[in-house]
Design a protein around this ligand. Structure first.
Ligand code: MG
Length: 250
């Protein structure tokens, strides 16, 4: 193995608490010489906020090791000169400020939390009905915070796809294009890279489809039986600690 991609929420921390042993596991990886990318669909924090919060929890992460789905979305619109209408969390609106958003001709949906109102969803629907491309940040169904399971962007993206009879372009996990983009950035091939995550569909199935190896951890959103929900060969470990033990052969 030459590279490891690591999901953040549910693998390194849950809510505001680091998972026991995760800090030391990351430190061991950092010292190992493996290429590391932290890969997240989190769309409630800017890149800067994510880096600050990880460092606040004691994780050693270098700026260039963090890859987020919202920045991939911004690049997608910028490359095509599109003007997106952004239904995203208020905390990350600043990430899209550099894009022209007047007279929109595209739609972006991320985890917008309380901004998922009927009026906003209907605006997205009408634009898509007129032919605006729909871009989704991830397709995650739900995530876990403070002991609750919360609806993520996936169910809302699916609702607009269904209503307008369109198919969203997904940036972030589980999109194959996204994994390939991260592999290029890391300078590694899929076969020599392992994805570690707690989301059997977003992290594990997505990685396998892109040709990576994968390891599901039984922390975060993991629920017993998740490993039987998808086909394919992948490891299952109790946490990032055991996953790193396996990777480093100890
Ligand atoms: Mg996760």
């Amino acid at each position: 193995m030459k590279a490891v991609f690591i999901d953040l929420s549910g693998v390194l921390y849950i809510g505001r608490e680091a998972i026991p042993g995760a800090r030391e596991a990351v430190a061991r990886l950092q010292a190992s010489g493996l290429v590391i990318r932290f890969v997240t669909n989190t769309s409630r924090m800017t890149r800067r906020q994510i880096l600050e919060s990880l460092r606040g929890l004691g994780f050693e992460i270098h700026d260039e090791q963090l890859v987020t789905a919202p920045s991939a979305a911004r690049d997608w619109f910028a490359e095509r000169g599109l003007r997106p209408w952004c239904l995203v969390h208020k905390a990350i609106r600043e990430e899209f400020e550099a894009l022209d958003q007047s007279n929109p001709n595209a739609v972006l949906i991320g985890d917008a939390a309380d901004d998922f109102t009927y009026a906003h969803l209907n605006r997205a629907f009408e634009l898509c009905l007129e032919g605006a491309p729909l871009v989704g940040i991830g397709r995650n169904r739900y995530f876990r915070l403070d002991g609750h399971f919360l609806l993520d962007a996936g169910p809302f993206i699916r609702a607009i796809e269904y209503a307008a009879d369109v198919e969203a372009v997904i940036v972030g996990k589980p999109s194959k294009t996204f994994f390939e983009q991260v592999l290029r950035d890391a300078g590694c091939s899929a076969g020599e890279t392992m994805m570690i995550g707690d989301d059997v569909e977003g992290d594990i199935e997505g990685a396998l489809k892109a040709g990576l190896q994968a390891c599901l951890v039984r922390t975060g959103k993991y629920r017993p039986g998740d490993e039987h929900r998808i086909d394919g060969d992948f490891r299952v470990e109790d946490s990032i600690v055991e996953a790193v033990d396996y990777l480093l052969g100890s």
